[in-house]
Design a protein around this ligand. Sequence first.
Ligand SMILES: [Zn+2]
Length: 120
Amino acid sequence: MANPQLTKQQREELFAPLFKQTKKELDRLSGGDGDVLFALRRKLAKDLGYLERGEPMMRVKLKAQKRKEQSGLCAVCGKTLPEKGAELDRFVAKLGYTLKNTRLVHHECHIEDQKKKKYA
Ligand SMILES: [Zn+2]
């Protein structure tokens, strides 16, 4: 399933004002201090990522649960997963990282599967 995307109208009417306002707030809050501006912008980007993907510790726990649930095997190829580097694949991205909406896979299997979905 393709991820939801903003229409041209939504980009203009919702996103553009939000982004403009956000930039203005970053400038106001940093008060001309380049270091503060840099750090604020970086922290905002990081935390927005967490809003979509969840905190890193939550994903670490979820990976461990999925590994147990899948008996240590990749959900795509069925072969043993490595101790490190296995990836969580969301069935529907917007539904986030939950037990029900994810499976644990090899990095290579993840890439291959995404290619297939893209060109299906
Ligand atoms: Zn695999």
